[in-house]
Design a protein around this ligand. Sequence first.
Ligand SMILES: [Zn+2]
Length: 382
Amino acid sequence: MTEAAALPERLREHLLALCAIPSPSRAERSVVDHVAAACRALGASVREDDAGQRVGGDAGNLIAELPGGRPERVLLNAHVDTVPLVPGVPLEPVAEAADDSAGEGVIVRCRDPQVLGSDDKAGVAIVLELMRRAAATPVGDRPTLLAVFTVGEERGLQGAQHLDVAALRADLGFVFDGEVGVGEVIGAAVYKQALTLRVLGRRAHAALEPERGVHALLAAAAVVQAFPLGRDGDVVANLGRVEGGSASNVVPDEVMLTGEARAFDQRALEALLERIERVAHEAVRPLGASVEFASERLYDGYDLGDDATPFAWLRAAAPAHGIELRKVRSIGGSDTNVFNQRGIPTVNVGIGMHDIHSVDEWIDVRDLARACGWVGDALGLG
Ligand SMILES: [Zn+2]
């Protein structure tokens, strides 16, 4: 079999093996061990950091380094954790022929209604394959590759947040966690802020003296009514959780609303936060209640120029693969946000994941092979 023909088969086998290992966030031990063994077998030096201990997980981020003779140090990243599995349903990934006229495609999905976890085991499979290809390339002809397998991505990028990114001394990076199609490369993503609105009223007996009370739940409803829920141009905000009150015979004195806000532009996000705080105060004032607004930056956004090095490398290799590179934006966050925030120009490469975070999740191995072959050429691997 030719080298090119063997690629989809190797990716399929990597993917089936990886997806069969359960690894919800904070329980990544088995899959980290599996990936570490695969990297050691390729001659990479492998270490694990202490991110697991810091976030209450059983494994840290894995860093595998394969030195090269070219001057560039290139970060390759995928996250090893998945969203939680459906309890009581077996995790059995299967490969089957794609339902298409050519009959050449291979789809990987779960046999039962279970989360496949190709988000992001498909990315892990690609990074392992790129490491294999680099290991087969003469040392002098390859850049130094830093394969970073992060934990806890699905819980707010926790693994990447605790990674010593500066110690990698990487010049540029490629993340393989793009829910978009092959050829689409995420070069911009949002800033994200966590919000809490603590609505305060006055407690009173609900039957004996309700007039003395200030109803915090009613005030919270007014806040929700005034809140800019949903999308407004390039910004989006949500309230997703309500907590408060006590007994049915008590006028509630406190309700906590929890939400988030996202924007591609930092100033637009700050303007949105100011607006939320202002409309909340205005909404509760006529009711005699008050509101304490707090917010916290979860991660920074990024927007790489078209001439950023990862784009230049990908663009140069695209025609040979019949690919036209398209820079796209993502309203979601990924570890890419953290790498860019810490100074490594990094793009998130689309690998054609479908229906992620659901039991309908599937992926076409041909898409993995296209993305993998393209990026391998962009890295100048033999
Ligand atoms: Zn992901």
